[in-house]
Design a protein around this ligand. Structure first.
Ligand SMILES: [Ca+2]
Ligand SMILES: [Ca+2]
Length: 605
């Protein structure tokens, strides 16, 4: 045989071991190619990777962002500081550069939660939240000026011994703050607790202009989760969830009321829509205002039961419905119900952009199936990805005149992405702030869609180096399991190997004299036989089809032959040749695993 002649007897062994190592490492090439391909297909096109603007603990919550007319993004959230939940505020510019680092808004170390923020035309932030420093939950207010200094300090807004919760704030053109919240002071029954919605108005300096007043009927039916908006004409719109006519039904209703600037109701409470009681927390959608002063509401609901989706509703300024609820998107059929409440914004050309966080495990595979290259590479192979860790991603929908223009994910990262908040500037650029979490590391993250995303192969490789290595190791780890699962195919293959070895000897035996050459011909013939088996007979669903068998088969042949030659394995007998063929097939199986690891084993998308 044409083995490489080496002088010392121990050399071939070392040499063969090194070659074997190289053969296994060669799987990395497949994993890398596959990772790059998958990333190029599934990566979000409109949004770049987010940048970290603040490190937080995984218990960070109530994240909310608002933009001022100087294009600065104000961010408010709660996080643990000194073992208590507290409210923090920070500000970044339109490129995500931190202008005011996160600082504690409330002066007290009491547990503070449920913040809400509005930004006025001067660039000042008005923040309300709930705090228990006075023995029970009360609503507090601060104002932070453009330089990041507090100008109104922890003003207590509610004075009652019962819970005052879920405040919402909006500011009018004069910088007055309109605040609504839910309060238990009228409580008559304990289950379900009957909150009622209250309102008050503060002037520019935090003085009460309109004292608190109840907006809802004290009728023993809960009225809660209020939201508030002030439109371009300084009309105040309040929405809330009410159970007054739905006591024994699986849903409650959303009501609207328009107020004048003194908090007097200008319209009767109007029923807008209904939302399932299973959607938690019960909260009225925050209205956004379009250029015609119509209100647009986006909300999560289940219609029918357990089929969650995002719906859109339009109202005129009196709260009159402008058409039926529009179903914008549905959560994954597999993991429905994991969608977070949507956030929406309208750009200057009245296009609506809607973001939500969801666990749609089928989005990546769907994008891959739609790609033509996928079918050339893998045929009609369908797979259910094996996730070791489920991750939420952010999804964005763009709508124009009540019709969905595009839907795609905004993130496809290893981190879970949650609590998105979106703002739009005067040029129509969208700014997004959200929470990314992985392995107990959380960060508030920022991105904008000002520039189209440039997907470069090199940047993907650089970014996913760690990921590629991880997937390759995973392929190595599950290889034995995969081989056991594929035992039927391997047995079939062994029979094919015997047949191919005999046939090749009959046909080429006289023409090709060198043993190595005839073994190479046999192995190549086997790769073709296997590709045909996999593509024609539905014997294994785990095997990818298309040209993938040839892609992994030919390098496996080369590697096997080189190792066999270096090891000086006698290949003259039929049984030896079958053994070599079987080893080659095992290597091929490993390369196949490496190739599909980024797609099917803890996928990169
Ligand atoms: Ca209270
Ligand atoms: Ca009520």
């Amino acid at each position: 045989m044409n083995a490489v002649r080496l002088s010392r007897p121990d050399r071939p062994r070392t040499y063969a071991f090194l070659l074997l190592l190289v053969s296994v490492l060669f799987g990395l090439v497949f994993t890398s190619l596959s990772t790059v391909y998958v990333r190029l297909v599934v990566s979000p096109r409109d949004w770049p990777k987010g940048i970290e603007i603040a490190k937080v603990s995984p218990s960070a919550a109530f994240l909310m962002a608002a933009i001022d007319r100087f294009d600065r993004i104000h961010v408010v959230f709660t996080d643990r500081r000194a073992d208590r939940e507290t409210v923090l505020y920070m500000k970044v510019d339109a490129a995500g550069k931190v202008l005011v680092p996160a600082f504690q808004v409330s002066d007290s170390w009491a547990t503070s939660t449920s913040p809400c923020m509005a930004v006025d035309s001067a660039g000042d932030a008005h923040i309300v939240w709930v705090d228990n420093r006075d023995g029970n939950d009360e609503v507090y207010y601060v104002k932070v000026d453009i330089s990041g200094a507090k100008t109104v300090f922890d003003k207590r807004l509610t004075f009652d011994p019962r819970q005052s919760l879920a405040p919402a704030v909006a500011v009018d053109s004069k910088g007055n703050a309109h605040i609504v919240w839910q309060d238990l002071r009228e409580e008559i029954r304990i289950f379900p607790v009957n909150f009622e919605v209250y309102y008050l108005k503060l002037d520019d300096n935090g003085n009460v202009l309109v004292p608190e007043r109840r907006l809802t009927l004290a009728d023993t039916r809960y009225s809660l989760g209020p939201s508030i908006a002030v439109d371009r004409e300084d009309r105040v719109h309040v929405l809330w969830i009410d159970n007054r006519d739905t006591e024994h039904l699986p849903f409650h209703e959303v009501f609207h009321k328009r107020l004048d600037l003194d908090g007097n109701a200008l319209t009767e409470a109007k029923k807008i829509t209904s939302i399932s009681k299973r959607v938690t927390p019960p909260k009225a959608p925050s209205p956004i205002v379009d250029s015609h002063d119509n209100l647009v509401l986006a909300f999560l609901d289940e219609r029918p039961r357990l089929r969650y989706g995002i719906y859109l509703k339009r109202l005129d300024f009196n709260g009159t419905s402008l058409g039926p609820d529009l179903r914008v998107t549905s959560s994954s059929g597999v993991l429905g119900g994991y969608a977070g409440p949507p956030k929406s914004r309208i750009d200057p050309s009245d296009r609506i952009y809607l973001v939500s966080s969801d666990l749609r495990s089928d989005w990546g595979p769907q994008k891959l199936y739609r790609d033509e290259c996928f079918h050339v590479l893998f045929g009609d192979w369908k797979f259910t990805p094996l996730y070791l860790e489920f991750r939420r991603q952010l999804y964005g929908v763009r709508l124009d005149a009540e019709q969905v223009l595009s839907e795609d994910w905004i993130t496809s990262e290893l981190e879970s992405s949650m609590m998105p908040s979106i703002c739009t500037d005067s040029r129509g650029t969208m700014h997004l702030v959200w929470l990314q979490t992985r392995d107990k590391l959380s960060a508030i993250t920022y991105a904008n869609n000002a520039n189209p995303v440039n997907l470069l192969v090199s940047s993907i490789v650089a970014e996913y180096r760690q990921r590629i290595l991880y997937d390759w190791q995973l392929a190595l780890a599950v290889f034995a399991l995969f081989a056991i699962q594929e035992i039927l195919l391997l047995a079939l293959f062994l029979m094919a190997a015997g047949l191919v070895v005999t046939c090749t000897r009959r046909v080429f035996g006289s023409k090709i004299q060198a043993e190595t050459k005839i073994v190479v011909v046999q192995l190549f013939a086997l790769v073709l036989v296997k590709a045909a088996i996999v593509n024609l007979i539905p014997i294994s669903m785990t095997y990818p089809r298309g040209i993938s068998q040839l892609l992994t088969g030919f390098p496996a042949v080369m590697m096997t032959v080189v190792v066999a030659v270096a090891r000086r394995i006698e290949m003259a007998t039929k049984s030896r040749q079958i053994l070599v063929a079987f080893s080659c097939e095992l290597l091929n199986l490993f390369y196949t695993l490496c190739l599909i690891a980024p797609i099917a084993l803890e996928p990169v998308y």
